[in-house]
Design a protein around this ligand. Sequence first.
Ligand code: GLN
Length: 538
Amino acid sequence: MPHTTKYIFVTGGVTSSLGKGIIAASLAKLLQARGFTVTIQKFDPYINVDPGTLNPYEHGECYVTDDGAETDLDLGHYERFLNVRTSQANNVTTGRIYQSVIEKERKGDFLGKTVQVIPHITDEIKNRIKLLGKTGQYEFVITEIGGTVGDIESLPYIESVRQLKWELGQNCAVVHLTLLPYLATSGELKTKPTQHSVKLLLEYGVQPDVLVCRSEHPINKDIRKKIALFCNVSPEAVIEALDASTIYEVPLLMEQERLDEIVLKKLNVTKASTVQLDKWKNFLEKFHHPAHEVTIGLIGKYVELKESYKSIAEAFIHAGAVNDCSVKLDWIHSESLTEENIAQKLGYLDAVLVAPGFGNRGIEGKIAAIKYSRENKIPFLGICLGMQCAVIEFARNVLGLKDAHSREMNPATNSPVIDLLEAQKNISHMGGTMRLGSYPCHIEEGTLAHQVYGKTDINERHRHRYEFNNEYTKDFVNAGMVLSGVNPAAGLAEIVELPSHPFFIGVQFHPEYKSTVENPHPLFVGFIKAALAKSAAK
Ligand code: GLN
């Protein structure tokens, strides 16, 4: 029987960083655990067409989908929670909305009319909101509205939610996430900021159906009643969201608070199976009670901002649980590493990961870390720039090409072992023009990569402009580096490894983007196994 798609909006009030993405993903998980098909999308109010041109200090990690969209990091949470792939359509920004409206205007689609925020921009927003619903694939589409209610930038989105609430009637619900600050001096949770933020929503014509209240302390019945009274919701629709020990606890906390049940009731869904979260709970059980621990050094240049390597950190959590192992990540700034201090800085680690990145800053520290890991047989995983640094290190210290480098860092090098991809040479625009998204990779049998993946053909996501320079293939192979994974169509090296080492592997792609709770990534699983072996041998 064809279903009617139900739309759930998640808005935020009082302050940013309350975790709308995690609440949206947790609600989606609970609906999925009841057997419904669900997708989540994020609408971001900034003017950039996508976050691909933002540096991680501005916006944390840029997440990449199979179809090559550069997106907000919340999409990573959606995939990790739901184990369902997202796409270009799951992340829309104001920049993209205006770009398409202006393109239509130039084509003459609105001939004779003044193009305005209402209805033209809001129509475009509404069409994009309904795009995934119209595919017929999903019973529920959850839309997270970025930013905080009251921001000038979010106004057209809130207005679109108002219009859709009117158009969709019972097929639409609004969940508003807010904060109850705790005043230690009076020992009280304060409700006023929540009241104000709901008042603001009401001013825009949107009555929230459910209030999820972030709080450091339990919210008692009286506070729930008070919030309900001031905000026109029933007391049961005031949901407590306490700080959790891990984001993966949040679906269970939301289940206890009956968030899914209340939302289903609002949407008039009377038939629903019970929540089945056995796999999820098994994962959490292992996460909370690991038998082992390893310490892995994450070498990067944005370590003061852990959001920059979000997917890597999460991939370690997923793969750690499979190995019954807690992974302690030590974030090490590559600029702090030199040939002289490297032994003291890295000597205690069970494994070393060199992170992706752009530009010259900290590059020599990364190369020093790789040399140390290679020579001292410390398990090593290099991702994207990390793989490129492994190639440079090998060229300099094993092949003796002293000025070997990537043309990204040194365009004048005599030994460009990493060079600009052919397809990149005539590109002048920076936005959305890297080698992006999922590409196939063929793995040579009998290699470490083959052992780790357990198969010869894989697909992994990319985000880069530079690549291993095949003019050097023979030299590398003769000196003992194996190019174990290659893109079949273009012949590009995707995986390099050293068989003389217990675990030394560099990948041009980003395995971290595909790791989920239910499908931990094999490379991370194998890497932690190697770290465990290293730790046991100490
Ligand atoms: N800067 C490198 C390139 O563009 C690596 C990119 C990355 O690590 N994501 O090829």
